[in-house]
Design a protein around this ligand. Structure first.
Ligand code: HEC
Length: 192
């Protein structure tokens, strides 16, 4: 009886020793595939968001920064609403926000702090992180020349208008190539 038991345990042990790595390997591969496809989808989503923002911004700036503020102010929420979908929550955030609703959520704070040290010259790549059991994609935004009109040292009339619309604005004083903020995309939880 004892020998049978020991024999059985031995087989079983080898079996577990053999099977466990296989199971682990397969599950990490599945996770990697999930992560890659999420990253791709989120990246495409951010690309389409960026395109819509830039299209509005460029057409608005033809009328000058002063007039464009209204466009940013009024159209940004509109663009965002147009992109709302069942899969993702998303937004923009920053260490220095203009619109207080973009203040970093708890999970974004350490990520913003990490990316803040990066710049266009020394960029950090976008990445996928876990937020509880959900995947989130974050992509840094660096300051381009066109951004400076409203986020650098805006001319007086522009500055006045910004201060009127956003009395608590912190999003000025940025330099070219500096880290401006992040796009973030979070998987919706199934209970949402
Ligand atoms: C014509 C003025 C104008 C220009 C030019 C402009 N922005 Fe903004 N930006 C705004 C306004 C207004 C808001 C607040 C929008 C809102 O109410 O959600 C804003 C908000 C943002 C936010 C969201 C975080 C926050 O501070 O609330 C980011 C990120 C941002 N801008 C980045 C950029 C970048 C990058 C560029 C250049 C490609 C740029 N902006 C050019 C006016 C401008």
């Amino acid at each position: 009886m004892q020998t049978i038991l020991i024999f059985y345990m031995k087989i079983n042990n080898t079996f577990v020793k053999f099977l466990l790595p296989v199971v682990l390997l397969i599950s990490t591969q599945i996770q990697a595939v999930d992560k890659n496809s999420f990253q791709q989808e989120a990246q495409d989503f951010v690309a389409s968001l960026k395109k819509s923002f830039m299209r509005e911004l460029e057409s608005g700036l033809k009328k000058g920064a002063y007039k464009s503020i209204d466009i940013c102010h009024l159209k940004v929420p509109h663009i965002q609403e147009g992109k709302i979908n069942e899969k993702f929550e998303f937004g923009r955030t920053s260490h220095k926000v203009r619109n207080l609703t973009n203040t970093p959520k708890e999970w974004l704070r350490p990520i913003v702090a990490e990316y803040r040290k990066s710049s266009e010259a020394n960029p950090l790549r976008p990445k996928v992180v876990m937020v509880d059991k959900r995947m989130a994609y974050v992509e840094p935004i660096y300051v381009k020349p066109v951004c400076l009109q409203c986020h650098g040292n805006p001319v007086e009339s522009v500055q006045k208008k910004i201060s009127k619309l956003y009395p608590k604005d912190q999003a000025v004083g940025f330099k070219l190539g500096e880290f401006r903020g992040l796009f973030w995309v979070l998987q919706r939880s199934s209970s949402d």
